[in-house]
Design a protein around this ligand. Structure first.
Ligand code: DLZ
Length: 158
């Protein structure tokens, strides 16, 4: 789980093929939007790099990461959408709130993918502070949004 050993924007080319005829859903949490909007930008640029058309990318915003699973499910249930990317940024606070939400979001997103039988990607940063988040949102450890988009492309093409 150590991101400092791997740049999030570096990936192997296996199963990274053209997605010009694919449709994507992206759900973005508004909490920590200074981070999540950068993740969204990274995801969009990566999808478009591999051919995705902007009219084939549906973007929905939700209040916080806790809302990502339900919104992801609504998009994943649309038959023409091939994959969903859930984008959020959870930053550890002083209470245990972070742990409950992080656990629920990870579990929820995985369940949506299994239930809908299509890729639903966990593009959620879970960090100790804002600095760590920004390091993974276009900073020295790459962009989690790019990693999430590549994962969606690879999982569609498996
Ligand atoms: C309440 C809350 C807190 C404290 N922190 C975050 C956070 O760091 N990142 C995030 O995406 N959302 C946070 N939220 C909001 C919850 O995800 C959720 O939107 C609310 O609890 C309402 O359900």
């Amino acid at each position: 789980m150590a991101t400092h050993l791997k740049n999030l924007s570096e990936y192997s080319q296996i199963n990274v093929a053209d997605v010009s005829h694919r449709r994507f859903g992206i759900v973005v949490a508004e909490w920590n939007s200074e981070v999540t909007e950068i993740l969204l930008k990274g995801a969009l640029e990566t999808l478009q790099k591999y051919g995705a058309q902007s009219e084939n990318i549906v973007i929905k915003r939700v209040p916080g990461s806790f809302e990502l699973p339900l919104a992801s499910q609504k998009l994943a249930q649309i038959p023409t959408i091939d994959a969903v990317i859930a984008i959020g940024c959870l930053i550890q606070g002083e209470t245990r709130h972070f742990n409950f939400i992080a656990q629920a979001v990870a579990e929820g997103i995985m369940q949506v993918g299994l239930k809908c039988n299509k890729p639903v990607v966990f593009g959620v940063l879970t960090t100790n502070n804002l600095e760590q988040a920004l390091e993974r949102a276009g900073g020295k450890y790459g962009n989690k949004g790019e990693e999430a988009a590549i994962t969606a492309i690879k999982m569609i093409n498996i």
